[in-house]
Design a protein around this ligand. Structure first.
Ligand SMILES: [Fe+2]
Length: 221
């Protein structure tokens, strides 16, 4: 009998030492303050397709200063090396899982691609250093890059290094081993792909770091 997606993911969870659950479709219709702000100004509106001359660093600096990055982090973002050490650190890139293919219907993401000169993004459990809020991505929204109607699917991660009941994303570890080693920098986020996304498609990744706010970029699946 062919393994179901849940069985495959649970097998991976055991391998990664984490608890994971199968993603569910998010309605994504709720408008929070940030979304309203984003939709108000074309310069900071989340684009549906890759804009001409797309520069994710520049876009996210402008959007971050418009309210999508916490004020406490803006001096770092706007300061020396802010582009690479603070904005680049929060941009996604696609990785391959060790010892197996990424489960069908998912993409494996990490943040801060060193090959582009970006700083790898750490992950940290809740504690004094982060005001007990933790430091990781707590949601990732994926939408096919198209001007046509498309499904946007949200994966959630309400805890790290494990997940909580009701979470729809999954974790793995790049290179295997302890997910908390190396400051959590080897954490892989498995995020669900909308059903209308196929291999080779460009998708928009819109994601939220608990400590550092929202970031937007495009990757090829
Ligand atoms: Fe962060």
């Amino acid at each position: 009998m062919q393994s179901t997606r849940r069985e495959v993911l649970q097998g991976m969870a055991l391998a990664a030492g984490a608890v994971i659950l199968v993603p569910a479709v998010s309605a994504c219709t709720k408008k929070d303050g940030a979304s309203v702000l984003a939709n108000a100004d074309p310069a900071t509106r989340v684009p549906q397709v890759i804009p001409r001359n797309w520069d994710p660093i520049e876009f996210n600096i402008v959007r971050g200063n418009a309210g999508h990055i916490p004020a406490s982090y803006l001096p770092d973002v706007n300061g020396p090396n802010g582009s690479w050490d603070h904005v680049g650190k929060h941009l996604p890139y696609v990785v391959t899982l060790d010892g197996g293919e990424t489960p069908e219907g998912y993409v494996a993401l990490m943040w801060g691609d060193q090959e582009k000169g970006h700083t790898p993004h750490p992950n940290e459990r809740r504690g004094e250093a982060n005001n007990y809020e933790g430091h990781w991505y707590n949601w990732i929204r994926i939408r096919k890059a198209t001007l046509s109607e498309a499904e946007e699917l949200q994966s959630t991660y309400s805890e790290w290094p494990g997940l909580a009941d009701g979470d729809s994303g999954a974790f793995a570890v790049h290179g295997g081993g302890d997910i908390e080693a190396d400051g959590g920098r080897q954490t892989i986020y498995l995020a669900a792909l909308p059903s209308d996304v196929q291999s080779g498609d460009i998708v928009r990744i819109h994601a939220h770091c608990l400590t550092h706010g929202e970031y937007v970029d495009f990757v090829q699946i």
